[in-house]
Write a protein that binds this ligand. Structure first.
Ligand code: PGA
Length: 241
């Protein structure tokens, strides 16, 4: 059985006091052992999150460039130095707001792998593509192109754009069907590929995903900002996979 991978994506939605409150709440809970709990804080708080017990560390972004003259950027090697094991690449917010293309996402993921990080490559269709019936073709193409040239040490996060931050999660069946399509499309290169679901995951709906076929974990935004809520999601995912 694959250990469920449950990643908290804090985005730019928490401040220093919030991180400290999360730490106090999380560290007072029983250790989370049967899932891999991962926190992706804003970069300035990566070292604060190292004080949390039983979590792995994830960055939210990485430069596609090698070290050098790139003001404001953070290299994959720097993230490794800070203790990161994972990095999110190609989140739909970055694809939309920072203009990240599949080619840029693939380059970021490659840099991450070269530095020993596991990239969490995000894919997902906007609502009009889902409505047109082309979601499978869109998402599998996005996954193939965003993972071009990568080795097997990667995770894909399926996050339908319409489900992110909307309160309108995909159903377990819809998510499961897409996960199986993604795995089938990439099975030649990555027979053991892990695919996790993201988009309006909450303590109340998380088991519908973690119990479903083909779903190996979760990427959680809003509901990961409180230790209580994220711990409950991790606890519900126990034994799934
Ligand atoms: P959400 O965000 O859980 O708030 O929908 C998920 C994500 O963007 O990773």
């Amino acid at each position: 059985m694959i250990t469920p991978l449950i990643i908290a994506n804090w985005k730019m939605a928490i401040d220093r006091d919030g991180v400290k409150a999360f730490k106090a709440g999380w560290n007072s809970k029983p250790p989370m052992e049967s899932v891999e709990a991962v926190i992706a804080p804003p970069a300035p708080y990566l070292s604060l999150v190292q004080e949390l017990t039983h979590v792995s560390l994830c960055a939210q972004n990485v430069s596609e460039n090698d070290m050098g003259a790139h003001t404001g950027e953070i290299s994959a090697e720097m993230l490794t130095d800070l203790g990161c094991q994972y990095v999110i690449v190609g989140h739909s917010e970055r694809r939309q707001n920072q203009g990240e293309t599949n080619a840029i996402v693939a380059q970021k993921a490659k840099r991450a792998q070269m530095a020993g990080l596991t990239p969490v490559v995000c894919v997902g269709e906007p609502s009009q593509i889902r409505a047109s019936g082309d979601a499978v073709a869109y998402v599998t193409q996005q996954a193939l192109t965003s993972c071009e040239g990568l080795s097997a040490d990667l995770v894909i996060a399926y996050e339908p754009v319409w489900a992110i931050g909307s309160g309108e999660a995909a159903s377990g069946n819809v998510a499961s069907a897409m996960h199986l399509e993604i795995k089938a499309a990439l099975t030649d290169q990555y027979p053991e590929l892990r695919v996790i679901y993201g988009g309006s995951v909450k303590p109340e709906n998380c088991a519908a995903f973690t119990m479903a076929e083909g779903i190996d974990g979760l990427l959680v935004g809003g509901a990961s900002l409180s230790a209580e809520s994220f711990w409950n999601i991790c606890a519900s995912a126990k034994g799934a996979g």
